[in-house]
Design a protein around this ligand. Structure first.
Ligand SMILES: Nc1ncnc2c1ncn2[C@@H]1O[C@H](COP(=O)(O)OP(=O)(O)OP(=O)(O)O)[C@@H](O)[C@H]1O
Ligand SMILES: [Mg+2]
Length: 582
């Protein structure tokens, strides 16, 4: 309602002009009736006058019709745009846990086809409502002319309604099935395209084509069923008005012969019989579309009603200066797991990933976190940036609980680089300046230099203006990682987390990166999550994470000497990194 209200001017214009169009529409047969009856004696001058009047009515109908279509469609598209903006704005506020449990296909279908079905209702609903009014007007007018002829003329309408209803009942479920299958097909197409590297490397093209064909055949089947139903009912529905015309001619003709009605009235009735079918048929469409739009609205509200779990508290402050001290006090955390694929309500807490974790990192320190795969290292990074909130305990930066810091301020000061960086399909320069669009080109070049990305970018034919392919796939893994690193360095965060962020970069380049990182900002606190000994060796201190706790800490050397778990983790990591993979 608030969205529709913000478009009330074109909406009101549309309704007013629409009413005029409708009255003129109903007037055409009435005017023709007058014309025929008053000129049937042979008055040629009158005939010209009537023809001009008819043309004027027709012109008026044309102008009003054009205006009300423009106004109403403008409202419908305006509402669609507003809804889409609202939905997207809401989605950007939702937390990671929401996206963990929601399929992106579901969100995309809500943003596309559900909004579209509301738009269709808004565009055609008023039109159809008005044509129903025109039905009533014409009906009343016909009744004033001849009651019995009116009833005879409209005797086929219940048939139109009945068969229309039958058609809808058989076709409506089929269109739903068709839409669901289209979504399935879209998922397969999407995976074929995005997963093409995996598909090709396993030579699984045949299998994928088979999947696609199967889905396509399902769609074909359901659409053929729908066509069969339509072929059954549509000819009946179209033939009925002609039966109506025959009945009017027969009964009305008899009345005219007996001088009970005029020739003009007979003509007008014939015109109305045809005209009145449309509202009857469209009324069914309106009901159907209203059902569909209300289902769509429910699905859209499902997203809009989803509360963002991680929001700024009212007392949250903006940090201007950060020293970079990090403490975890007795932190416990577990992810939420979904019990079923379709029911969002059945959420349960999974097993505890982080349990009673205590951790303290002093400003400017470089600390490495080492642990088995799945031990929760990335989770520590996600908690520190508040992608998720802790279940108990607290995390502080410079002694302040991160829940008391404004989210954008927190994420500005704490930069994370992940191992699988996502690049946008824009230029390299735009990718690097993503978090800081006003950065000068000198700043962009500096960031690229610090991330040891400058040389390879310069070697590209278009340099910083090179457009990277989707997700940056035209670059190598190590190149992508360096661009992602440059993107974070440009933001100049006081706390930098590198989560396996240099895993694809060779050791010499990596050590140069760490040299320039050190020069770049002396006081920066750096958290290294790494498997490679060369990377870990850069840390002042190494923390060993196991079972959700820090089980040991020390320098790389002391842990190597004293901790068998530590040596076995590193040995495993070395072997698995040599095996490689896709
Ligand atoms: N979004 C999520 N929802 C539910 N469980 C998750 C989610 N992300 C991670 N987990 C689980 O939490 C555990 C810790 O994951 P995490 O990504 O922190 O491991 P990690 O130590 O970074 O491992 P790796 O070295 O392989 O990157 C894993 O058992 C994983 O299955
Ligand atoms: Mg990880």
């Amino acid at each position: 309602m608030p969205i529709a209200r913000s478009h009330r001017r074109p909406l009101l214009t549309g309704i007013v002009v629409g009413t005029i169009a409708l009255v003129l529409n109903v007037a055409v047969p009435a005017v023709a009736r007058e014309a025929i009856d008053s000129t049937i004696g042979g008055d040629q001058k009158k005939l010209t006058t009537w023809a001009i009047i008819l043309i004027c009515v027709g012109l008026g109908r044309f102008v009003a019709g054009a205006l009300y279509r423009i106004s109403l469609f403008r409202v419908a598209w305006g509402v669609e745009t507003d809804l889409r903006a609202l939905l997207y704005a809401h989605l950007t506020k939702l937390s990671f846990s929401y996206f963990d449990r929601t399929q992106s296909g579901q969100i995309i279908s809500r943003a596309n086809s559900d909004i579209r079905s509301i738009q269709v209702l808004l565009a055609f609903g008023p039109l159809i409502a008005m044509s129903i009014i025109s039905f009533l007007l014409a009906f009343a007018f016909m009744m004033t002319l001849h009651v019995r002829l009116t009833l005879v003329a409209l005797c086929t309408l219940p048939g139109v309604y009945f068969f229309g209803q039958k058609l809808r009942h058989s076709v409506f479920p089929l269109t739903w099935v068709s839409q669901a299958r289209l979504a399935e097909l879209a998922t397969i197409v999407d995976e074929n395209i995005n997963g093409t590297r995996v598909v090709k490397s396993f030579a699984a093209e045949e299998h994928q084509i088979g999947l696609l064909q199967k889905a396509a055949r399902h769609i074909e089947w359901v659409n053929v069923q729908a066509i069969k139903e339509r072929a059954k009912f549509n000819p009946i529905i179209e033939a009925l008005p002609r039966v109506g015309m025959a009945v009017v001619l027969l009964y009305g003709g008899l009345l005219a012969i007996n001088d009970d009605v005029s020739i003009g009235t007979l003509f007008a009735f014939n015109a109305y019989v045809i005209m009145l079918q449309a509202p009857f048929r469209m009324f069914g469409f309106l009901l159907l579309q209203a059902q569909r739009a209300s289902a769509s609205a429910t699905r859209i509200f499902e997203v809009l009603d989803e509360n963002p779990e991680i929001v700024d508290s009212p007392e949250a402050v903006t940090l201007s200066q950060v020293r970079g001290e990090i403490t975890f006090e007795n932190v416990c955390f577990s992810y939420q797991n979904r019990l079923s694929q379709f029911n969002n309500d059945s959420l349960v807490k999974g097993s505890e990933i982080i349990s009673n974790l205590d951790l303290s990192i002093t400003p400017g320190e470089t600390v490495a976190i080492v642990g088995r795969t799945g031990s929760g290292k990335s989770t520590v990074a996600r908690l520190l940036t508040r992608f998720y909130d802790v279940d108990s305990g607290k995390i502080c930066i410079d002694g302040r609980d991160i829940r008391e810091i404004k989210l954008d301020s927190l994420r500005h000061h704490v930069g994370v680089v992940f191992d699988e960086p996502f690049l946008f399909s824009t230029s390299i320069a735009e990718n690097i300046s993503y978090g800081n669009p006003t950065a000068s080109s000198a700043e962009i070049v500096n960031a690229a230099k610090s991330a040891q990305a400058f040389e390879f970018i310069n070697d590209l034919s278009k340099g910083f203006e090179t457009i990277v392919g989707e997700r940056g796939y035209t670059l190598s893994g190590g190149q992508r990682q360096r661009i992602a690193l440059a993107r974070n360095l440009l933001e100049d965060p006081n706390i930098l987390i590198l989560d396996d962020a240099t895993s694809a970069i060779d050791i010499q380049v990596e050590s140069r990166i760490h040299d320039s990182l050190r020069n770049h900002l002396e006081g920066r606190t750096t958290l290294l999550i790494a498997q490679r000994i060369s990377t870990i060796a850069l840390a002042d201190r190494v923390l060993l994470l196991d079972g959700g706790k820090i089980v040991d800490e020390g320098t790389h050397k002391s842990l190597m000497e004293n901790n068998p778990l530590y040596t076995s983790i590193l040995a495993e990591a070395e072997t698995s990194s040599h095996q490689g993979g896709i």
